[in-house]
Design a protein around this ligand. Structure first.
Ligand code: AMP
Ligand code: MG
Length: 319
C-alpha cells in the first residue's frame, strides 16, 4: 500500500514499526525496508520478506550521534570527523556493537554498520518510532535496488510504503571500516576520493577481503529480470557485433558512448556521473521489450567506480 508521506502516514508507519511490522520508506540513497533494529523478531521478518541470506548484515539508521551511542561501544575520533563532513548522508560506518544490538541485525558479527540518512521522511520516521531502524534496500534479494516507491510496491504487495518521490542518489551508501588502514568495504554514493580527504591512507578492500569482512558482498546482487552481459570499454567492437547478431538485444550505455553504437536507441544511463548513478537501477528495471541487456562499461572514476561495481555484480557475464 503506497501512502504519500504525510504526517498522518508517518504516524501510522511509526506505529507499525513499534508493533514489529516492516515498513517501506524513502532515503536519499534508495528505498529501505525497515524494522525496529532492537526487536529481533521484527528484523527476522525483513530477512524473510526479502529472501535475504541470514549471513548478510543490515545497516542501522539513526537520527544522530546520541542514538548512535546507544548501539556502539565507542565513537572513535574519526567518526566525529566523518560525521561532520558526511552526515546526514550516504556514508555507512562499521563500528563495534553493544550487546543490545541483536545478532540477527549483524549476522553474528561483533560490529554494526550505521548511518544517518539525509532524507526528511526517513529521519521523521525514526524519530516518530523512537527506535533505530535496521533497513536493507527494499527489493527482493538479488534484484536491483528500488529508487521509487512503485518499485517497492511491486516487489512487496501489501507492504505499507511511504512515498517520498524518487531517491536523490539512486545508489547505496559507501560502507567504510575504520582501522589501520581504514577500508572501503562497499563502493557507493560517497566517492572514495572524497572520503580519502577525511581518512588519509584509505584503501578499497579487494573483492576477497570485502567478502570476508562484509559478508553481504559475496551474494549475487542487482540482477535484472533478463541476462545482462557487460562489455569492457576496450570491447566496443565486440558489443557492436553482438548487437548486430541479435536485433532484439537492448543496449545500455552512457549518453556520451551512444554514438559508438549507431542505429540502436539505448536504454539511457545519462550524461554526468551523478545522473548515471541515479538512473542505473531504473535502467536495470527497464520494461522495454528485448531478449537481453548488453551494457557498455563506464569509466572507473569517482562516482562511476560505484556504478561499475553494481554493473559487474549485476552481470551474468563480462566480456
Ligand atoms: P544493503 O543492506 O543491501 O545496502 O547492504 C548492506 C551492506 O553493508 C552489505 O554489503 C553488508 O555486507 C554491509 N554490512 C552491514 N553490516 C556490516 C558489518 N557489521 N560489517 C561489515 N559490513 C557490513
Ligand atoms: Mg541491497
Amino acid at each position: 500500500m503506497l501512502l504519500p508521506a504525510t504526517p498522518a502516514a508517518l504516524r501510522r508507519a511509526a506505529a507499525a514499526l513499534r508493533r514489529g511490522e516492516p515498513v517501506g520508506f524513502p532515503t536519499e540513497t534508495v528505498y529501505g525496508l525497515g524494522a525496529n533494529a532492537l526487536d529481533p523478531a521484527a528484523v527476522r521478518r525483513i530477512f524473510e520478506a526479502k529472501g535475504r541470506p541470514d549471513d548478510n548484515p543490515l545497516i542501522v539508521h539513526v537520527t544522530g550521534l546520541p542514538m548512535l551511542r546507544r548501539l556502539v561501544l565507542e565513537v572513535p575520533a574519526e567518526v566525529r570527523a566523518l560525521a561532520a563532513r558526511f552526515w546526514p548522508g550516504p556514508l555507512t560506518i562499521v563500528l563495534s556493537k553493544r550487546r543490545s544490538v541483536p545478532d540477527v541485525v549483524t549476522a553474528g558479527l561483533p560490529t554494526v554498520a550505521v548511518r544517518i540518512p539525509d532524507h526528511p521522511v526517513a529521519l521523521a520516521l525514526i524519530e516518530a518510532a523512537g527506535v533505530p531502524i535496521a533497513a536493507p534496500s527494499a527489493n527482493r534479494s538479488g534484484r536491483p535496488s528500488p529508487t521509487r516507491a512503485a518499485h517497492v510496491a511491486r516487489d512487496f504487495p501489501g507492504l505499507l510504503v511511504l512515498d517520498g518521490g524518487p531517491a536523490r542518489h539512486g545508489l547505496e551508501s559507501t560502507v567504510v571500516a575504520l582501522g589501520d588502514p581504514p577500508r572501503v568495504l562497499r563502493l557507493g554514493a560517497v566517492p572514495v576520493e572524497e572520503l580519502s580527504r577525511v581518512l588519509p591512507g584509505l584503501v578499497v578492500a579487494t573483492k576477497a577481503r570485502a567478502r570476508a569482512e562484509s559478508p553481504g558482498m559475496k551474494h549475487r546482487h542487482y540482477a535484472p529480470a533478463r541476462p545482462l552481459v557487460l562489455y569492457r570499454r576496450s570491447r566496443a567492437a565486440a558489443l557492436r557485433e553482438a548487437l548486430e547478431a541479435d536485433p532484439r538485444a537492448l543496449l545500455l550505455c552512457a549518453d556520451a558512448d551512444a554514438p559508438l553504437f549507431p542505429g540502436r536507441s539505448p536504454v539511457r544511463l545519462g550524461g554526468e556521473p551523478d545522473e548515471i548513478a541515479h538512473r542505473l537501477f531504473d535502467a536495470l528495471r527497464t520494461e522495454r521489450r528485448g531478449s537481453l541487456l548488453l551494457a557498455y562499461a563506464v569509466e572507473k572514476r569517482g562516482l562511476l567506480r560505484a556504478v561499475m561495481d553494481r554493473l559487474e555484480r549485476a552481470a551474468t557475464r563480462i566480456v
